[in-house]
Design a protein around this ligand. Structure first.
Ligand SMILES: C[S@@+](CC[C@H](N)C(=O)[O-])C[C@H]1O[C@@H](n2cnc3c(N)ncnc32)[C@H](O)[C@@H]1O
Length: 223
């Protein structure tokens, strides 16, 4: 069986993501100053995956593994990101004026960065209770987290990623993907939260039921 935390596998992924981040950042600055959104998007995507591993390693070191980069996160995720990039490229070809730097670019980038920081803080605050795979059996060190962002948002890391995804499509000025990402992410988190909370009620009983009554998700239309 292959080692889920093989140092060579970690080093390879970290270096490749770092190289993608560096190259896209340089290209965003030099190669197409009027249309940097595609390169900025790739740079932010690389940073997202680097931080998924970094925050897990820093705040949840007993659970970190190669999968913490979230690079093999089911087929739906790469398909969705590829569709966003494809829409961007098609519209860049046919309607280049749509993709020039505008207020939407800055607004989208700000929303994406906000979502990134939010998720980072949530993962750090949940620490060993955070797990990229929804747990169906309670581990000994799994405690109910109700402080920090969790005091005001019931699922802050999902809230952060929800806005990361929508913000990235606003930044790319992708009208179709803004709507598609909003719908797909909403449906995904709606179902995931429902399933996750069944286990949280099983693990923490009344404490979780009371917490759920008190604290909303703040993801639109998911109480
Ligand atoms: C990917 S993490 C997401 C955590 C949370 N849903 C969020 O968005 O910040 C999934 C794991 O977090 C655990 N979890 C979710 N909310 C929790 C809480 N308030 N306290 C402790 N563990 C929690 C679940 O049991 C699950 O195994």
């Amino acid at each position: 069986m292959s080692n889920p935390n093989a140092p060579d596998g970690v080093a390879l992924r970290a270096s490749l993501l770092g190289a993608v981040f560096g190259a896209s950042s340089v290209l965003a600055c030099v190669s197409s100053p009027a249309h940097p959104a595609g390169f900025v998007f790739v740079a932010l995507l690389a940073i997202f995956h680097i931080l998924e591993y970094y925050v897990t390693a820093r705040y949840n070191p007993t659970r970190v593994k190669i999968d913490s980069f979230l690079l093999s996160n089911g087929i739906g995720y790469p398909i969705a990101q590829a569709c966003g990039i494809l829409e961007f490229l098609i519209e860049l070809y046919y309607f280049p004026e749509l993709k020039t730097v505008s207020n939407a670019f800055y607004l989208g980038m700000a929303i994406t960065l906000f979502g990134q920081v939010f998720r980072f803080i949530a993962m750090a605050q949940a620490a060993q209770s955070f797990n990229h795979q929804v747990q169906s059996a309670k581990l000994d060190d799994h405690v109910l987290v109700t402080d920090g962002l969790y005091k005001y948002f019931r699922h802050p890391s999902y809230f952060g990623f929800f806005w990361w995804g929508i913000g990235s499509q606003i930044m790319l000025a992708n009208p179709v993907s803004i709507i598609a990402f909003g719908f797909v992410l909403w449906r995904f988190f709606s179902q995931r939260i429902e399933g996750e909370e069944k286990f949280l009620v099983k693990f923490f009983g009344d404490s979780y039921v009371r917490y759920r009554e008190r604290v909303p998700t703040r993801i639109p239309f998911i109480r």
